[in-house]
Design a protein around this ligand. Structure first.
Ligand code: FAD
Length: 452
């Protein structure tokens, strides 16, 4: 094709292998091989790419930030549309609405831009996550328990449809696409070329509490937190995690980060954490001290190193502490190596969701992240993850697509009514399945817990 602004690479072209996987974060690389990769050079190239795929009989896969753990953009025999070169950003002060291309990184690129305008958008915790895959899955950004899912900030999007037309979608026009784009993740039947995002006023201060405990205190601390998190002010992000600290070794950290306009409000919001019954045994206690979002993001970058192999899984947990805490125990207290970590992320008290495809959540989100450098450890690490996730099944309501891999484990990610509506939209918008959709094995995505 000669009329492209970007570059089309076919399997035999020099540079194809780099185009296939260079931008993939998880370096436990799949061998799946597309027919071609189009590094789009413009929005018009996305339209051209979709039409080209139709002519050549290819399905279409999309890559924005390349951070999908399961490498959903690398699919066999498809045309990959790699949107990396689209990096548009704008902000309209009269509406508070920003626009951003899907490959824009939420923390590293969008946030500094909005900060200049005194505004904020809750992008992914790790600053390099692309907003494309993140928003389509729901987007668990900073302080999701208080500010909601990042997808709730999407007021519109520009989409190239399976028919190769560029359309706008919002609550008023193409409302089916707007509904599906907020939660269907890699099943979305279209290519998003631009998000229109409601922004929030930027907080003035960030205040944090950090408590570190020995793993022997896991049951006591987590049983307390299981009930205590409901009562914490909604300006506070609450995460408990186990990791191997450089100085302290394996620890359980209880972290609470308040986003506030004045320091005193932050200190008050963090006061409930002083009631932790194990506090006198804490190995470390940072009590309501000022921090910055930049400092928090540096920690994320440290814990999520590039160039590594990853296996990740997650669960929405439900039940009382007597059932949930023992089910979580092995995922937190038997980490397979010094880089692995498991997080407990509070969404309580659960907020009602707007009408959108995203519809599966519970008060407690658990995710295990196994990271390692050496291929020789692949089998042992993947087996550990499967084992600890099995422990959780009796208290698992579903999963979040953002940390899931449907090929490895089918777990529900929408409620049944939303799933039925999504399937109808997909059938109407993409009847001959131009878009490659969920990577979920031969029978496709079931939206079922595999053990039920
Ligand atoms: C280090 C790290 C930290 C993370 N932290 C968080 C976090 O804090 N919160 C959270 O919610 N998630 C987090 N995630 C998960 C992340 O949100 C998902 O992996 C998400 O898919 C990444 O988006 P992406 O655009 O970078 O990924 P990609 O791999 O580029 O995209 C994933 C899939 O989404 C679909 N897609 C992407 N863009 C488009 C588009 N423009 N049009 C149509 N379909 C598209 C495609 O099916 C694509 O294959 C993290 C991941 C990593 C690796």
């Amino acid at each position: 094709m000669t009329d492209l602004d970007g570059e089309l690479l076919l399997r035999d072209d020099a540079g194809f292998e780099a185009a296939r996987v260079d931008r993939i974060f998880n370096r436990r690389l799949t061998s799946r091989t597309p027919a071609a990769v189009l590094r789009v050079g413009s929005e018009a190239d996305v339209v051209r790419g979709v039409r080209l795929a139709r002519e050549r009989g290819w399905q279409v896969a999309v890559r924005s930030g390349g951070h999908s753990w399961a490498q959903w953009s690398v699919r066999d025999d498809v045309l990959v549309l790699d949107l990396a070169a689209l990096q548009e950003l704008s902000y309209d002060a009269s509406t508070g609405v920003a626009t951003a291309s899907p490959a824009v990184q939420g923390g590293a690129t969008l946030d500094p831009f909005l900060a200049e305008h005194g505004r904020f958008f809750p992008g992914g915790h790790c600053p390099t996550v692309g907003i494309g895959g993140f928003l389509l899955q729901g987007g668990q950004g900073w302080n999701a328990r208080g500010w909601g899912w990042a997808a709730e900030h999407v007021v519109g999007l520009d989409v190239v449809t399976a028919a190769g037309e560029l359309v706008h979608a919002s609550a008023e026009v193409n409302a089916d696409l707007y509904w599906a784009a907020r939660g269907s993740g890699p099943g979305f039947p279209g290519v998003v070329t631009r998000f229109h995002l409601a922004t929030r006023p930027r907080f003035a201060h960030v205040v944090q509490t950090v408590q570190a405990y020995r793993l022997a205190d896991f049951d006591e601390v987590m049983t307390w937190l299981h009930d205590a998190h409901h009562g914490v002010a909604d300006c506070v992000e609450i995460v408990a995690l186990t990791k191997t600290d450089d100085d302290l070794g394996p620890v359980l950290l209880v972290t609470a980060v308040a986003f506030v306009d004045d320091l005193e409000t932050g200190r008050e919001a963090l006061a409930p954490f002083r009631a932790n019954p194990a506090l006198d045994r804490a190995l470390l206690h940072v009590d309501a001290q000022p921090t910055t979002l930049a400092e928090q993001r540096l920690r994320q970058l440290h814990d999520n190193p590039e160039g590594h192999r990853w296996a990740v899984d997650n669960a929405w947990l439900t039940g009382d502490a007597a059932a949930v805490v023992p089910a979580m125990r092995r995922s937190f207290t038997t980490l397979p190596n010094a880089q692995a970590f498991t997080i407990w992320f509070s969404m309580a008290p659960l907020r009602a969701l707007p009408d959108m495809a995203f519809s599966m959540q519970s008060e407690i989100y658990l995710a295990s992240y196994v990271v390692w450098p050496d291929a020789a450890d692949d089998d042992a690490n993947v087996a550990w993850l499967a084992d600890v996730m099995r422990d959780l099944e009796p208290v698992t309501a579903g999963q979040y697509l953002g940390d899931g891999d449907l090929e490895r484990r089918q777990v529900r990610f929408m409620d049944d009514a939303h799933w039925a509506r999504f399937c109808a939209i997909r059938d109407a918008r993409d009847p001959d399945r131009l878009f490659v959709g969920y990577l979920a094995g031969a029978s496709g995505a079931a939206n079922r817990n595999h053990w039920e």
